[in-house]
Every structure is written in C-alpha cells, then in structure tokens.
Design a protein around this ligand. Structure first.
Ligand SMILES: [Fe+2]
Length: 134
C-alpha cells in the first residue's frame, strides 16, 4: 500500500532535492509494504536501514545547500532533521532488541516527510528563489 504519494505540490524545482524526495517517498512505501503479510522483521529492518542511510545523505545535501546560500534558518532546519535521524535510530535499536515495529512507523514517516517538505523545505526554496532574483 502506497502511503506516500508524490504530487507536484511537493516539487521544490531543485532537481537533486526533488529526486531525493521522490526516492524517500518510495523508501517509505517499501517500508509500508514490508509490514504486509508474510514479510519478516529482516525485511522491515532492511527498509528501515535504507531509510536511515538515505535520510542522512539527503539531509547533508540540503544542509550543504542551505549553508552555501547563507540561509538564516539553517539551525532550526537542521534541528528538524536531527530529530528525525534520532527517531529512526531509536526505531532501529528497538527492532534490533526484538521489539515489534508496526505500520504506525511508516505512517509517521510519510506524514513527517510531507509536512517537512511543505514547511521547512519550501521555506528554504523560497529563500533561494528570492536570492537568485536578487
Ligand atoms: Fe529538509
């Protein structure tokens, strides 16, 4: 079941960021699918591990971009990223301890991603566009 459905309202107009966001939507959907019947904790763990690694890579891309353009709200944005990284790591350690991780996690991640793109990401995109206009 796809719970993160891409639409043009998530487009930032920055090709690399959009490609990474789309890949994150797909990764959240793979995680959601891994909670389906017949799948194992290993599959959930693998989907979560991919998300953990890919979010780090994506957040680095964005933070580098924001730093380069002198974005004033960089630290607030970084804090949002850091909270998500902590949350994903906590979920990974829960799974490693043999605790159950449920579909709620995929729903949380899908919601977080949509909110974060609409809020924090679009704010730096507006700043970038204003700046390029001079
Ligand atoms: Fe972001």
């Amino acid at each position: 079941m796809a719970i993160a459905i891409w639409s043009s309202r998530f487009e930032t107009g920055i090709d690399l960021v959009d490609a990474q966001h789309k890949a994150l939507f797909e990764a959240v959907n793979r995680l959601a699918a891994s909670f389906g019947a017949g799948t194992t904790a290993t599959q959930v763990g693998e989907s979560l591990a991919f998300l953990a690694q890919y979010t780090l890579e994506h957040f680095q891309t964005e933070e580098h971009f924001m730093r380069e353009m002198g974005y004033p709200a960089l630290e607030t944005h970084r804090a949002e990223h850091a909270r998500l990284v902590d949350k994903v790591q906590l979920l990974q350690s829960r799974l490693a301890e043999g605790k159950t991780v449920t579909m709620d996690v995929a729903i949380f991640l899908a919601d977080w991603l949509k909110h974060h793109i609409h809020g924090a990401d679009m704010a730096y995109v507006r700043f970038a566009k204003d700046k390029s206009r001079g």
